[in-house]
Write a new protein. Structure first.
Length: 476
């Protein structure tokens, strides 16, 4: 399930800064690439409108709704109209045949000898049938169709939730990568300034030449880390554009309040039973249950009110004489009838009993899966809440770490200028500073990401987006 991916820590972006990644393959494109800028809420709304999986799920909902309409048509009467014209022989014979779909029915007197002569025959009629009583069978079939509709609707909601969560993750991942790039750029700038001062000291023979070489190496490493961070940001930007359904365009993210202080308390949420994953599984339970109910109502006598108007024509007279010409091309005898037909499939009880056993087992299996889904979602919620609390504690301490790292870096540079510290001391302080800058930016993003994770497990990102909107209004 997608919710298991929500709890990944945003420190992945930091690891990406210091690790090798697969080479980025550039695709040549003609003209300038269009750029679009999104807030997080705009990105989620845009993805829900444009992502193909969402559109496909909505079409499945419409199909299920039409299925309910199809089930309801069983309440309507049935009217069949027939017309037939044929040319055939009239070799009738006395006897009885078991009903079958091969031998053609024939009426009229038995002929004394077979003949190859043929005559025209015609028939036409209208049969009206309506089932006034069904002992709840058609209602059970409609309920089964509604259960399918409810299940498909829940699955569509789950698809929308998956897309919204994936979009939020991609958005926050890109924002984290951009913050990593900014920290790397600041590190390159600091090391570049420091390297120039080291070269001045070396040129004036106030420091050993090895210090200049070491400073150049540290600057080069910082530039490599910056290139890797930029590469990761470009990859994440392409991933966000893809999930937004505009892979051919370049997207930008607005920082808004996501880099500021997160809300003190998590927005109120709903129980895990409201999660679309749980609702979809509950829909499968109801679907299996409705099939069992329909089978319970399927073993009953079938009553049909029927009325018939028909006519027949034949090119033979009552004695079997061929009249010839166009006789029989049109009906010349008409009949009508009205009555009630009752049928009862006596031995269907054995098949129905076996089908009920199958569907009852399926129902119990779906109920077990529903219980498992609730257990999994409850566990995911507890983990997401624990991760949120941990992220809050981290975010409370990273500003202190950053301030101390800045002070240390400033002091080490001053001590180096005074000859009281080595270049290694300064390099270590600068590495601690860039790490603290990255951790401080990602710590605040991690709180927002964990807030989104809690909302996602509860099945609705709306409270998370509302808290983000309120934070933006409060910051204006």
């Amino acid at each position: 399930m997608v919710f298991g991916k929500l709890c990944k820590h945003w420190m992945v972006a930091t690891a990406a800064l210091f690790s090798f990644v697969a080479p980025w393959r550039a695709h040549a494109q003609s003209g300038e690439t269009a750029k679009r800028t999104f807030t997080l809420e705009e990105a989620v709304e845009f993805a829900l409108k444009n992502y193909p999986a969402v559109r496909a799920s909505l079409e499945r909902v419409r199909s299920a709704e039409a299925g309910v309409g199809v089930a309801r048509t069983s309440y309507l009467p049935r009217t069949d109209i027939l017309w037939q014209t044929n040319r055939a022989t009239d070799n009738n014979i006395t006897g009885l045949l078991i009903p079958n779909s091969v031998t053609a029915p024939i009426t009229g007197p038995v002929t004394f000898s077979p003949s190859n002569q043929s005559a025209w025959g015609s028939a036409g009629g209208l049969l009206f049938s309506w089932e006034p009583l069904d002992f709840g069978y058609r209602g059970a079939k409609v309920d089964a169709a509604r259960a399918v509709q409810n299940r498909v609707s829940a699955e569509a909601s789950l698809t929308r939730l998956d897309v919204a969560v994936a979009t939020a993750n991609a958005y926050l991942t890109l924002l984290a990568a951009e913050q990593t790039v900014r920290a790397a750029e600041a590190d390159v700038e600091r090391r570049g300034t420091f390297t120039k001062s080291v070269h001045v000291l070396v040129d004036n023979q106030l420091r050993a030449g090895a210090d200049a070489s070491r400073a150049d190496a540290e600057l080069a490493r910082a530039r490599v880390n910056l290139a890797r961070a930029q590469q990761q940001a470009a990859t994440n930007r392409a991933a966000l554009a893809n999930i937004l359904g505009i892979a051919d365009q370049s997207v930008e993210v607005r920082e808004s309040v996501l880099l500021g202080a997160p809300p003190v308390a998590a927005p109120p949420g709903s129980p895990v039973t409201a999660n679309p994953a749980a609702e979809a599984q509950r829909g499968r339970v109801q679907e299996s249950r409705s099939l069992v109910h329909a089978l319970d109502r399927s073993y009953y006598p079938k009553f049909e009110l029927q009325s018939l108007v028909m006519g027949r024509g034949s090119g033979l007279d009552p004695n079997g004489k061929f009249l010839g010409g166009s006789e029989g091309l049109g009906p010349d005898r008409a009949n009508w009838t009205a009555g009630v037909t009752v049928t009862f499939p006596v031995f269907d009880i054995f098949a129905i009993k076996s089908k009920k056993a199958v569907e009852a087992a399926n129902e119990r299996a779906e109920e077990a899966r529903y219980d498992q889904a609730l257990q999994d979602l409850t566990g995911q919620l507890r983990r997401a809440q624990a991760s949120l609390e941990g992220a809050r504690r981290v975010a409370e301490n990273t500003p202190l770490e950053l301030e101390a790292a800045r002070t240390t870096e400033t002091q080490e540079r001053a001590r180096y200028q005074a000859g009281l510290a080595t270049l290694v001391d300064v390099s270590t302080a600068q590495s601690l500073l860039v790490q603290a800058e990255i951790e401080d930016a990602l710590a605040r993003l991690a709180v927002w990401q964990n807030l989104a994770s809690v909302a996602a497990v509860q099945g609705d990102l709306t409270p998370f987006l509302q808290s983000l909107r309120h934070a933006e209004k409060a910051g204006r």
